[in-house]
Ligand binder design. Structure first.
Ligand code: PLP
Length: 347
């Protein structure tokens, strides 16, 4: 069934209970195990947990949430942190948490094996957030639906404003989703703030649903619930690999990208295990698990094979994304509240 109501599912602080905790936080702490907040697709989160447990014997209690939701939870728990390690999700809330003192410094012996962009993220966050993967933002469309509606195949961000796409575009809510915040920051950097917000207001007219998670629009496209979905290109590729009738688009004007990140929570009760996970997660053996779980980002360790399915960043017109500015606490708060006030509540 197609969801046509403008529905915002973000419940930022609700749901501190994990849908996929393999053991309770109390039990994990008692055993000197590891409590992990995981910001990527659940299949990949679970693969990481299983492999780390197998390799180290350390038990992991894992909770999967979207990037902005993990930030909100880490902030809400700052006085008595529950999590030890925050792995995955876009870099912006990791950067904001670093600036706000919610995460702590760590220098991994693996640093020298990483791509420059991963190390730059670490330096810009004052040694707190490190890059674990990268991927470009884009959109996709369901080729059968677009044909049946007689809409020209969109190639550019501007094409998503076509009035024939009313209620046919799905994206996430930037408060909960790092993917959608990347869109917000991307259009502002491409068009300037005023024109960028005008664009988002125009897009709102075509949006059928603001989902909580950034990958949800890709799944909805595959199910035929929406014609167009804005998402990271690698998340849309996952649907194409599963044989959905979807085309992935690198927008003609250029696009933004993410540096998926990892941080150790300030006050982590299992600090030694968090550092063990941090070092392990930067190895090629651990990073290879992404592609095995059908997540096709570019990994940050230079020795990890880049999955052949991963969109080629060198062939995409990428903007010079200002991660420090758009990950800063003031800017992120300001832009999200402006989006809430000027876009989300429009009819
Ligand atoms: N899953 C994958 C595979 C991603 O690449 C990302 C981005 O870092 C996310 C999830 C984050 O999703 P969300 O937009 O829900 O924060």
């Amino acid at each position: 069934m197609k969801l046509r109501t403008k529905f915002v599912a973000a419940t930022m602080l609700a749901g501190a209970v994990s849908a996929f905790s393999f053991l309770s936080a109390g039990a994990a702490q008692a055993q000197g195990a590891l409590v992990m907040y995981c910001g990527v697709q659940e299949e990949w989160c679970r693969a990481m947990v299983n492999a780390f447990e197998r390799d180290t014997g350390i038990k992991v209690a894992m909770t999967r949430k979207s990037s902005g939701e993990i930030y909100a939870q880490v902030k809400a728990e700052a006085a008595n942190p529950r999590a030890d390690i925050w792995w995955g999700g876009t870099g912006d809330p990791h950067m904001q948490a670093a600036e706000e003192g919610l995460t702590q410094e760590y220098k991994s012996p693996k640093l020298g094996e990483l791509q420059d962009w991963a190390v730059r993220q670490w330096e810009q966050s004052k040694n707190r957030a490190i890059g674990i993967y990268s991927g470009a933002l884009g959109f996709g469309y369901n080729t059968e639906l677009i044909k049946s509606k007689g809409v020209p195949e969109p190639k550019c961000w501007a094409d998503l404003l076509n009035t024939k796409l009313k209620d046919e575009v799905q994206m996430a809510d930037p408060n909960s989703s790092g993917t959608a915040y990347t869109l917000l920051a991307t259009v502002i950097q491409l068009m300037g703030e005023d024109k960028g917000f005008e664009y988002l207001k125009g897009l709102h007219k075509n949006v059928n649903q603001y989902t909580k998670s950034g990958a949800a629009p890709a799944k909805a496209m595959a199910l035929g619930e929406t014609t167009v979905g804005v998402a990271f290109m690698h998340d849309i590729v996952t649907m194409v690999v599963d044989k959905a009738p979807i085309k992935v688009v690198a927008p003609c004007e250029g696009t933004g990208y993410e540096i998926g990140s990892m941080s150790i929570v300030k006050g982590a009760k299992n600090l030694e295990n968090a550092q063990k996970f941090y070092d392990w997660a930067l190895t090629p053996a651990a990073q290879k698990l992404g592609a095995e779980a059908k997540s096709y980002q570019v990994p940050s360790n230079k020795a990890t094979p880049v999955p052949p399915e991963a969109p080629k960043l060198s062939e995409i017109k990428l903007i010079n994304f200002d991660f420090a500015k758009y990950g800063s606490s003031d800017e992120r708060k300001r832009l999200l509240s402006k989006w809430d006030n000027e876009v989300k509540n429009l009819p």
